[in-house]
Design a binder for this molecule. Structure first.
Ligand SMILES: Nc1ncnc2c1ncn2[C@@H]1O[C@H](COP(=O)(O)OP(=O)(O)OP(=O)(O)O)[C@@H](O)[C@H]1O
Ligand SMILES: [Mg+2]
Length: 405
């Protein structure tokens, strides 16, 4: 597990500047960033590389995956780290207020503008501006932002001239699909290209099971507590779908710490949503994401293993015979009908061929291999949208279900 922190441990002091009070934006300390899964380690390393340049970064991912942490991490690794990190949330704020927030305003420019106010862009001079929830910006605001990104010019609300050029590195984040917004005319394509020079997609927690346990250990360490979990409890953590991602995991851990326990947490002490079938990975009612596709992706791209993850789901009837056969079809089309090659593809030990065949025969799940023998290489199963996808391999080891203390 990689866990980064500021090794000096010293809070850096903000430089005095004519533009801002010295103590307004204290430099960001490097946030603790837990990255045990290969996909997150890769993301961390790209984030570090991106920090060396001034290139704009777009961070995407579901709510609670850690986009904020990644943005702060980039800033804290960059040469701008002693300068301000200024965050602006573009959601839930009127267009006028957002414009004034970003570009500042002059006294009297609108009701309530009692004095001149500098915008966040000016406050972020020489530092980083974090545009959170950028997908929520109105088209007019997008046009203003684009103008700034193209020539560094800003014009305060109510002012009749533009001000000096600013040196601001922009990092943006969204949990929306900006391509969809472009297609429906709600987001400017030229702005998307400007913002997405480097694209970091933070995968949902359910697609990186190794991080679940590493994050649990991290939260316990941070709280200065030691807890053990029964095998069943750990299994529930691994199999839960985490719709709220890391934020939800953090919440669950806080609830556990708050409740009385004798140092050992059993499955019965976990929230009900983690124990009933509805919250499990690949819930049966969520057929929009094809179950077999999700399973295949977890096995091939995210270090899950057949015996640790798929087998218990099948035995608990969380997935059907049909799902399992579909999964095998995807695997066999990749291995051109070779069951033996499925072993490594699906994270099983090489000596498990007989065990696998017996299991499939016992449950009437075997799929004929002939139809896959002559398939071309192009018949790969679908994989998640991820800029890091090419960097992830199917060689990740299986996830250990072990005790955390
Ligand atoms: N890899 C990680 N290591 C340590 N803590 C993390 C990690 N990822 C997320 N967290 C923690 O989880 C919580 C949610 O993360 P964050 O606010 O960055 O999510 P987000 O993607 O920005 O969510 P939203 O879309 O709702 O704004 C925070 O408390 C954050 O510190
Ligand atoms: Mg956020």
């Amino acid at each position: 597990m990689i866990e980064s922190r500021d090794l000096t441990g010293r809070a850096l002091r903000a430089e005095k500047s004519l533009l801002r009070p010295a103590d307004m934006f204290l430099p960001v300390e490097r946030p603790d960033f837990v990255a045990a899964s290969p996909v997150m380690q890769e993301l961390l390393s790209i984030a570090e590389q991106s920090a060396e340049s001034n290139a704009k970064v777009l961070i995407t991912g579901e709510s609670g995956v850690g986009k904020d942490v990644v943005a702060r991490y980039i800033h804290s690794c960059s040469s701008r780290r002693r300068e301000p990190f200024v965050a602006v949330n573009c959601a839930g704020i009127t267009e006028t207020l957002l414009e004034s927030e970003l570009f500042g305003h002059v006294k009297g420019s609108f009701t309530g503008a009692y004095r001149d106010k500098r915008g966040k862009l000016q406050l972020a001079h020489r530092g980083t501006l974090f545009l959170d929830e950028v997908g929520e910006m109105s088209l007019r605001m997008q046009a203003l932002l684009l103008r700034f990104l193209e020539n560094g010019e800003i014009q305060a609300v109510g002012s009749d001239h533009s001000q000096a050029r600013l040196d601001v590195r922009v990092v943006a984040a969204t949990n929306r699909d900006l391509n969809d917004l472009v297609a429906s005319g709600k987001f400017r394509e030229d702005l998307l290209y400007r913002l997405r020079v480097i694209h970091l997609h933070v995968p949902p927690l359910r697609q990186r099971p190794q991080d679940v346990q590493a994050l649990m250990a991290h939260f316990l360490r941070r709280a200065g507590r030691q807890l053990e979990f029964t095998e069943d409890a750990l299994r529930a953590f691994q199999r839960y779908r985490w719709p709220g991602n890391v934020r939800e995991l953090l919440n669950v851990m806080e609830q556990i710490l708050w409740k009385p326990n004798r140092g050992l947490v059993a499955a019965e002490q976990l929230p009900i949503t983690m124990r009933n079938g509805a919250g499990l990975i690949t819930p049966l009612q969520d057929r929009r994401h094809h179950v077999a596709d999700d399973l295949y992706d977890a096995l091939v791209n995210h270090g899950a293993s057949f015996w640790e993850h798929v087998y218990p789901m099948f035995m608990a009837r969380d997935i059907t015979r049909h799902d399992l056969r579909e999964l095998l079809r995807r695997g066999l089309s990749e291995t051109r009908g070779r069951y033996k090659s499925l072993l490594s593809l699906f994270g099983m030990p090489s000596g498990d061929y007989r065990r696998l065949m017996n299991f499939l025969a016992a449950h009437d799940c075997r799929v004929g291999f002939q139809e896959f023998r002559n398939l071309g290489q192009s018949s790969r199963a679908s994989s998640p949208k991820s800029p890091l996808h090419a960097a992830t391999t199917g060689e990740d080891g299986p996830v250990e279900i072990a005790r955390v203390s």
